[in-house]
Design a protein around this ligand. Structure first.
Ligand code: A4P
Ligand code: MG
Length: 415
């Protein structure tokens, strides 16, 4: 699943822009971004040198966030290898450098030995680190100082935003994301947390996986709790809805939970069994939860996002095509009607993902890999993060005039 890590880049020897570009390419090679596809870069900042010998030129600094399955020492080794590759020679402390790569944070790990210290011991004292870091991870919490990056930046500059800071448009909001232990649901939970929301994580099987996502939400500065429920069971669905409402009265509901009929033992179930599971989870639970929360939200305002499927409208051959068309198509049609029922205080929209690389896509045959890319004008699989970015926008105030819509997130396929 991976650990969210933050890496600082610094260079003050010309050609600095080129060093950063080459560093980015080398990092992709050494760290394999296809592993998680969730890299985020801050802007590049030009900064006056701090410490070191007199007469040094200004630096370019940038911060990268990524999720990695490497351990922290392994990650550092790869960073040092990239530094070496770029011709870094260590002579004078804080002297000029082609490229400096520092591991700032590795999840909430606190570690110190002769080769590695995380959190980076000087990160909280340095504007050239905190400014770019705050741009991409204002809510990440320093695990020793127990302050968010935005707070550390404010401490350093003496300049604190009042109300939600930039990039934190969901501060003060509570979200419930069903099926958020992995894949698209997990990515949505983390993206809403990055925007400042508190998130209830829901799972049906693995408490450990749900706890791990809740921990990642907290790393992004949000509050989080875990609720487990088997949404195939209507009684459990009702109990779950009541528990979630009692816990935080969520103003955001993302109905992401769906029956997995593609991987593991389920892949070989007969058609009828798959149909029952999809109807129970994807259709009935989504309809029940949307109506239940929608009625409660009507007094307070709220927003609901459902998940459909882009090919429900165009058709796809085979059992899975028929099953998903019928069930996801139902969710898409339901969304439009519910939006009419719940307007004007509650918005309801549906995201229709295309070829998104989740567990099934990762293991799919070469023929499927080729087909997904061929049918997608942007010529790549989507990542869970692509869907999450759209979900974040849909639940944000920026989308306050958008309701009753089914929005495709599919790399441009229009067939
Ligand atoms: N090491 C231990 N922990 C870490 C970690 N979390 N990340 C070890 C990276 N390395 C870590 O680092 C020395 C050794 O620390 C490494 O071999 C690794 O095993 P280094 O990168 O050779 O030393 P450095 O960069 O001179 O020092 P350090 O400690 O990284 O200091 P800083 O804070 O990076 O300072 N001014 C501006 N405007 N912009 C800058 O980027 N950078 C520095 C360097 C000074 N002034 C600057 C900038
Ligand atoms: Mg360094």
């Amino acid at each position: 699943m991976g650990v969210t890590s933050y890496i600082a880049l610094g260079t003050n020897i010309e050609p600095r822009r080129k060093y950063l570009a080459v560093a980015s390419a080398q990092l992709s090679k050494y760290l394999d971004p296809t592993d998680t596809n969730d890299w985020r870069w801050s802007a590049t900042y030009e900064t006056a040198p701090v410490g070191g010998p007199a007469g040094q030129g200004p630096y370019l600094n940038q911060v990268l966030s990524l999720t990695t399955t490497l351990s922290a020492p392994e990650l550092l080794q790869r960073l040092l290898a990239v530094e070496t590759k770029l011709g870094r020679v260590r002579d004078e402390r804080w002297g000029p450098r082609t490229l400096d790569l520092d591991l700032l944070l590795y999840g909430d790990l606190v570690h110190h030995d002769e080769t590695l210290t995380v959190p980076h011991p000087r990160m909280h004292e340095r504007l050239f680190v905190l400014q770019p870091l705050a741009e991409i991870a204002p809510g990440a919490v320093h695990p020793v100082l127990k302050k968010t990056i935005a707070e550390l930046l404010a401490d350093l500059t003496g300049c604190r935003p009042v109300g939600p800071g930039p990039g934190r448009e969901l501060i003060g909001k509570d979200a419930l994301v069903t099926g958020s232990t992995s894949g698209i649901g997990r990515a949505i939970a983390l993206e809403l947390a990055a925007a400042g929301a508190n998130v209830i994580v829901h799972g049906s099987r693995s408490v450990e996986a749900a706890d791990a996502v809740a921990a990642e939400v907290r790393c992004r500065g949000g509050l989080s709790e875990v609720l487990m429920a088997d949404l195939r069971d209507p009684d459990e669905c009702r109990r779950f809805a009541e528990q979630a409402w009692d816990a935080t009265m969520p103003q955001i509901l993302v109905n992401n939970a769906g029956a997995d009929t593609l991987t593991g033992e389920a892949a070989s179930w007969p058609f009828e069994r798959k149909m029952e599971e999809l109807l129970a989870v994807d259709v009935k639970a989504t309809m029940f939860l949307s109506r239940h929360f929608g009625r409660l939200m009507k007094d307070w305002g709220g927003v609901i996002v459902n998940i459909g499927w882009d090919q429900a409208e165009t058709g796809m051959e085979g059992d899975s095509g028929e099953l998903f068309a019928a069930t996801k198509g139902a969710v898409m049609a339901f969304t439009r009607s519910l939006a009419l029922s719940l307007a004007p205080r509650v918005r309801v929209n549906c995201i229709a993902p295309g070829w998104i690389k989740t567990a099934w896509g990762q293991g799919a045959s070469a023929a499927w890999q080729e087909r997904a890319v061929r049918e997608t004008p942007l010529q790549r699989w989507g990542g869970p993060e692509d869907v999450a970015a759209l979900a974040r926008w849909l639940v944000s105030p920026a989308a306050s005039y958008i309701t009753g819509q089914v929005i495709r997130c599919n790399g441009g396929a229009v067939r």
